[in-house]
Ligand binder design. Structure first.
Ligand code: MN
Length: 730
């Protein structure tokens, strides 16, 4: 009975329409689980994903209803379904190859990708792809066999209009649900897969198209007069070098360790009588470490990516999102990897245990000139190794060595940790039972100390290897915290632990909590703890000068922290200013508040001198942010190539074959190879010691290159075609 009703319903045009929407939704859900890795966590996210294809499918297919001629109406509906399936299919193929979705930029750049590197489309096909097309084939056959008849009724305009409205309604509901699960999803896109997860491929494609057009428009309005103004301004931040430190680490390897969400207050802090981070504390006080006690993070909405951007380029993040995701695919960068390659013959790499598309890193790193990017594909894929935001830190460091030792020296490498990331979850097996964490009412505070303690152990293990392998002798290690881990709303609960009172906790205290570690360690470096106010914007000029590379010609907003003329002041992305004397919140004006930084007391009555100093700081801070935004929003660096700088050619980098590239280069250089493994004639991975339970009894995870990395048939193919060309020439 019901079956008959259903069959009769399908014979109507509305029924046919519903059938197509239902079938498309089903195959979309199939693809989402089978082909994409969307990181669906709770049932709510699954539910939103199921809804995500419906709205746009209704909107698209309803177009068919606007054609009054029945046969045309059916054809247009099928055509729309066909196109929508095609888009989904293209994304599946792209995802199989690049683990990413198709953007306007991908399409435009498709021709620029070095030919031969990509797998042919045929090689990417899977049997399951049939599922995507099967419904269309069956429906068309049924139509041809007249099992489904074309409904000859006339529908006027009301039905199509109702359907279109329904589509818009479902789409709005989808966006509403997505926003409630992930606030400001569209405003702060940090990963394309998040948008696809919540809003589906169609909405993502439209969104990406709009964003791309906006960027292009902004760029068209750019102007070189702006650039000259900025150059004049930033020239003022160029300071005389400190002869005691200039070139102190010349030619050395650089290892940057990005401590996720790690705050300065953790340093030397004891919980229940035990140090939270004993190893980092020992480094902080080491006589060969330059440590900064008043180093502030300056990130905005782009958080981790803002910190990375400041460290690599000495320009600020943008005011309304993440520079990495908003313009990282298109902007011109003059970043550390390229400067060091040009000025010091450095090879560069990033190690990070999350997917490469997070924060758009796989695009940005190419534009910054990174040779290699080792994302989670390069690490053991066992589920238990991962928590929250990627491969656990101990595992990530341990499994990096087999790649690190193959890099040509000197190298500039960055290790991005993830375990100490909110909500600071840890598996029971990774807890140190000798360390008892705090017992506050706030679970994330208690957890925070445990993940920070874990991170500290991971750093200790990594340093032990650097020493055992003698790599440390020729290396400068830079350690920094990217931004706060505990938010202002948690600080009042935290107050007693950091020796303050919850009752008197105020915005000055919140500002002081934005301090993060910054330490530079090298065996022969003259260390000390420096107390000048400093920030992430100042890191690159400082590093360049330690390496003996002048920053004079580069457009950078920070200053060398070691210069005898260094003026200690910084500005947060939200406009808060910290100088040696003042903390200025909200600008000095009606709503603004100024504190004396030493005493923490609010200044109510200002002396003439104070008025002048504060006004001067406010003006400098405002200009700094404004000029940086002007530079980045308009991509002005494309108009400026400093002397001796070669613009990056991102198409030269391919992060799918890092291993093969390193090995090929080693083979090519032969005796001249400066890779650690070449110098020592054998691998150093056996020197690595870790107590990570995930690696217990699985030493091969540390020592052996995974098959998925070494059997890259993409590269085999490339080599084969290379050989063929060679033969032809011989
Ligand atoms: Mn972060």
């Amino acid at each position: 009975m019901i079956k008959k009703k259903l069959i009769n319903f399908i014979q109507t045009r509305t029924g046919f329409f519903c059938l197509l929407v239902l079938l498309f939704t089903l195959k979309y859900i199939f693809a989402a689980y089978h082909d994409f890795n969307l990181g669906l966590a709770d049932p709510y996210q699954h539910l939103i994903m199921w809804i995500s294809p419906i709205g746009s499918a209704i909107l698209l297919f309803s177009i068919g209803f606007y054609f009054s001629k029945p046969i045309v109406s059916y054809c247009v509906m099928l055509l729309m379904d066909f196109a929508n399936t095609g888009l989904l299919f293209a994304n599946i193929l792209n995802y199989r190859q690049f683990s990413d979705f198709i953007t306007v930029k991908t399409i435009v750049n498709a021709g620029k990708v070095s030919p031969g590197l990509g797998k042919s489309a045929v090689a990417l096909l899977q049997f399951s792809d049939l599922v995507l097309w099967l419904d269309l084939i069956v429906v068309i056959i049924l139509l041809l066999m007249k099992k489904i008849k074309v409904d000859q009724k006339s529908y006027g305009l009301l039905t199509p209009f109702t359907l279109t409205s329904l589509g818009a309604l479902v789409l709005s509901l989808n966006i509403f649900l997505a926003e409630s699960s992930r606030p400001r999803l569209l405003g702060t896109t940090f990963d394309r897969s998040y948008i696809v997860k919540y809003l589906g491929i169609d909405t993502f494609t439209v969104y990406d198209g709009i964003k791309n057009e906006q960027t292009e428009q902004v760029n068209r309005n750019a102007n070189t007069a702006d650039l000259n103004q900025i150059l004049t301004y930033t020239q003022k931040s160029k300071l005389p070098v400190n002869p005691e430190y200039y070139g102190a680490a010349k030619g050395k390897n650089v290892i940057v360790i990005h401590l996720e969400s790690f705050q300065q207050f953790l340093i030397d802090l004891k919980i229940n009588g035990k140090e939270v981070t004993p190893y980092l504390n020992s480094l902080y006080h080491n006589r060969h470490t330059l440590s900064f006690a008043n180093f502030y993070h300056q990130v905005g909405i782009g958080r981790t990516s803002d910190a990375e951007n400041m460290l690599e380029t000495s320009t600020y993040g943008i005011s309304d999102g993440s520079l990495f995701t908003a313009m990282g695919s298109t902007n011109t960068f003059q970043a550390a990897p390229q400067i060091l390659r040009e000025r010091g013959k450095y090879t560069s790499a990033v190690f990070h245990g999350n997917v490469g598309s997070f924060w758009n890193r796989d695009d940005v790193y190419k534009n910054m000139g990174y040779n290699y990017f080792f994302d989670q594909n390069y690490f053991s894929s066992d589920r238990s190794d991962r928590i929250g935001y990627g491969i656990k830190d101990k595992v990530m460091f341990a499994e990096s060595i087999k790649y690190l030792e193959r890099m040509q020296q000197p190298f500039y490498t960055k290790f991005i940790t993830v375990t100490n990331h909110t909500p600071f979850d840890m598996d029971e097996e990774d807890l140190d039972h000798n360390f008892k964490t705090a017992d506050t009412t706030d679970k994330s505070i208690n957890n925070y100390f445990e993940t920070a303690h874990y991170l500290d152990q991971a750093i200790r293990e990594f340093f032990a290897y650097l020493k055992k392998s003698d790599l440390i002798k020729n290396t400068m290690v830079v350690i920094y915290g990217d931004h706060y881990g505990l938010s202002n709303s948690e600080n009042e609960t935290l107050a007693p632990i950091v020796g303050e009172s919850s009752d008197t906790w105020n915005s000055f205290n919140n500002v002081q909590m934005q301090r993060v570690p910054f330490m530079i360690y090298s065996p022969n470096l003259k260390g000390k703890i420096k107390h000048e106010v400093a920030g992430e914007i100042d890191v690159l000029p400082t590093l360049l000068h330690l390496l003996g590379i002048s920053n004079r010609n580069y457009l950078q907003f920070g200053s060398d922290l070691l210069s005898p003329k260094y003026k200690p002041w910084i500005v947060f992305r939200n406009g808060t200013i910290v100088s040696q004397k003042y903390v200025i919140i909200g600008g000095k004006g009606k709503k603004g508040v100024v504190y004396d930084r030493k005493s923490g007391k609010q200044i109510i009555n200002f002396t003439k001198q104070e008025e002048i100093e504060i006004a001067d700081l406010a003006q400098k801070a405002k200009k700094s942010l404004r000029y940086s935004d002007l530079l980045n929003n308009h991509n002005l660096l494309r108009f400026y190539t400093p002397k001796g700088f070669k613009p990056v050619d991102p198409s030269k980098f391919d992060y799918l074959s890092n291993y093969q590239q390193m090995e090929k280069l080693r083979e090519h250089l032969n005796k001249r190879s400066t890779a650690l493994i070449s110098q020592r004639g054998k691998s150093t991975t056996n020197l690595y010691r870790t107590d990570a339970p995930e690696l217990n009894g699985r030493l091969d995870e540390i020592t052996t290159i995974p098959d998925s990395v070494s059997d890259n048939h993409l590269v085999e193919k490339q080599n084969k075609s290379d050989k063929k060309t060679k033969k032809a020439y011989n």
